[in-house]
Design a protein around this ligand. Structure first.
Ligand SMILES: Nc1ncnc2c1ncn2[C@@H]1O[C@H](COP(=O)(O)OP(=O)(O)OP(=O)(O)O)[C@@H](O)[C@H]1O
Length: 262
């Protein structure tokens, strides 16, 4: 099962991605969680200890590795666009609480057409996760257009767009849905996060078709507290975990044939 969790900055992608990863690990699945967010903090939300987190260098910052695999260098304008990456997830991920964490980082680019060596590596690794690994793979990524470009994420089984009750978030959902459909991914679902009251619930229900809505996670000060403590919401808030567990049950139901592959 391959899931990309996406959405605007700060909506709660990392909270949802990390809790789903822990829930799949709790069931005994091998889980690989990949952080493609510019503010790489999935490790904290997964409950990784500081000494492991401090040792992590995002793959896109590993200049020597990128040069070695792509043969790019200051004197070489030409480089491989199909570098070997199949060993990277196992070699460079860190494991804790049954979840392997691969920190990819992002590539700063002016437009979506960038084919710099870092970007080539990023795309190839994401592709290899999607195509070759039998694990549950959960990508935590911002809803930028580049990640949704052809050649990167179209092999995902499901996109989950995390939204907050607000017009801008609804727009993001519509954009991701359109792009994903262009890429042939028809499973685009929504998790509404930080829902405060019945007014928020009605706002979401009026705008998201019921078949797209996986569920709601209510605004919960325990999630903020977990963040302040540098802990995993999974270890901190039983109420939030129960809400996300229900969402996971719906994911598994709507993706039955893919679960058989796991
Ligand atoms: N349901 C919730 N209730 C209260 N606070 C929440 C909830 N979900 C997330 N938060 C808080 O909102 C902030 C942003 O959450 P998170 O880091 O998961 O979002 P993100 O979309 O991954 O952000 P970024 O784009 O910056 O990586 C964090 O402080 C987190 O604790």
């Amino acid at each position: 099962m391959k899931i990309a969790v996406t959405g605007k900055g700060g909506v709660g992608k990392t909270t949802i991605a990390a809790t789903l990863a822990r829930l799949y690990a709790e069931e005994g699945h091998p889980v690989l969680a990949a952080d493609v967010d510019p503010d790489a903090n999935l490790g904290l939300a997964l409950g990784f200890p500081e000494e492991i987190l401090d040792s992590i260098v995002p793959i896109t910052k590993m200049r020597k590795l990128i040069e070695e695999r792509t043969e790019a260098s200051a004197d070489n304008r030409f480089y491989k666009i199909n570098p070997r990456v199949s060993d990277i997830p196992d070699k460079y991920s860190k494991e804790y609480n049954g979840v392997k964490l691969l920190t990819l980082g992002t590539v700063e680019t002016a437009g979506s057409g960038c084919v710099c060596p870092e970007h080539v590596m990023l795309r190839r690794i994401i592709n290899s996760l999607v195509l070759h690994r039998g694990d549950v793979v959960i990508l935590d990524m911002e809803a930028g257009l580049e990640h949704l470009g052809r050649g990167t994420t179209e092999g995902m089984d499901m996109f989950i767009v995390v939204i907050e009750p607000g017009a801008r978030s609804i727009q993001t959902y519509k954009n991701v849905k359109r792009l994903a459909e262009e890429l042939g991914v028809h499973q685009v679902h929504v998790v509404a996060n930080k829902v405060r009251d019945e007014k928020d619930e009605a706002f979401i229900q009026d705008r998201i078709p019921p078949e797209d809505l996986l569920g709601m996670v209510h605004y919960n000060p325990e999630i903020m507290e977990a963040d302040r403590e540098g802990s995993s919401p999974y270890d901190y808030s039983a109420a939030a975990v129960e809400e996300i567990r229900k969402i996971k049950t719906k994911i598994d139901k709507s993706n039955m044939p893919c679960m058989e592959k796991v």
